[in-house]
Design a protein around this ligand. Structure first.
Ligand SMILES: Nc1ncnc2c1ncn2[C@@H]1O[C@H](COP(=O)(O)OP(=O)(O)OP(=O)(O)O)[C@@H](O)[C@H]1O
Ligand SMILES: [Mg+2]
Length: 246
């Protein structure tokens, strides 16, 4: 099957730190990939390069048959890649509904090029997406007043309302209590299933990985050190030593 997302030789160094080290990667449609790795392993860097927020020193990124290497976040979003952020990037001073209406402009705002677009998202689509992520009762509340779990859901909603084929989520459960994590993931994964969206999510909680991933990739020092069936990767001695800890 043709890959939905691929990278070849993706490399990026920050001074002496190699954050991406010649990464070759392929994701097939329908996969639900969890990404694990210690702090600083390069997980966010990989996502930022794939979604256009960082430019690689070398290598290429392909999405759905397009070479998207070096393209802007907006162009990559338009092709069908959604993403959410380690720290949710919602518009705190706007209501939840307005955040979704403004979603197509949000990519520019994150780049400091805020310019609300005339072509706002369709109101029906906004309502459907709010319901999908169980945020309908919060529609008129200020995004900044939401508890962290719902802010995380809103960040994903702002990407899903644009109907991506692929959703990349950077630590969707970080900042949320252990008790709430499973409920949050259940809502997210059901939403992605219903819309048939392929997904990548970065996660530190191994229980969550076991429960929701169909595939697991472990990052160590800018490289994918192990990649495959979650149970297999979790048995890999290198992963146990460097990622899970004993
Ligand atoms: N903009 C930047 N400038 C300089 N160094 C950076 C930058 N972004 C990331 N780095 C460095 O690159 C390495 C990889 O960082 P990255 O944020 O990708 O890690 P991560 O795996 O997402 O970690 P975490 O689990 O803490 O989110 C780290 O050493 C980090 O300090
Ligand atoms: Mg990170």
């Amino acid at each position: 099957m043709t890959a939905l997302l691929s990278t070849r030789g993706l490399s990026l160094a920050f001074g002496g730190v190699v954050a991406a080290d010649a990464i070759d990667f392929d994701l097939a449609p329908g996969e639900r990939l969890a990404v694990v790795g210690q702090n600083g392993a390069g997980k966010t860097t990989f996502i930022n390069i794939c979604t256009g927020y960082l430019k690689a020193d070398a290598g290429q990124v392909f999405f759905a048959g397009h070479d998207v290497t070096g393209q802007s976040p907006r162009a990559i979003t338009r092709l069908g890649v959604g993403r959410s952020f380690q720290l949710p990037q919602v518009f705190g001073e706007h209501t939840v509904r307005e955040c979704l209406l403004l979603a197509s402009s949000s990519v520019q705002r994150r780049q400091g090029l805020w310019r609300p677009l005339a072509s706002a998202v369709d109101a029906h689509e906004v309502d459907a997406t709010l319901e999908l992520l169980q945020l309908q009762d919060r529609a008129n509340d200020l995004a900044g007043a939401l508890p962290e779990g719902q802010r995380k859901l809103l960040d994903v909603a702002m990407a899903l309302v644009l109907r991506p084929q692929l959703m990349i989520m950077d630590e969707p459960t970080s900042g949320v209590s252990t008790d709430e994590k499973h409920g949050l993931m259940a809502v997210l994964m059901k939403a992605l299933d219903e819309r048939q969206v392929t997904s990548i999510f970065v996660e530190h909680d191994i229980d969550i990985v076991r429960r929701y991933a169909t595939r697991l990739a472990a990052w160590i020092a800018g490289k994918i050190a192990a990649d495959g069936a979650p149970e297999e990767v979790l048995r890999d001695p290198l992963v146990i030593k460097n990622v899970i800890g004993e």
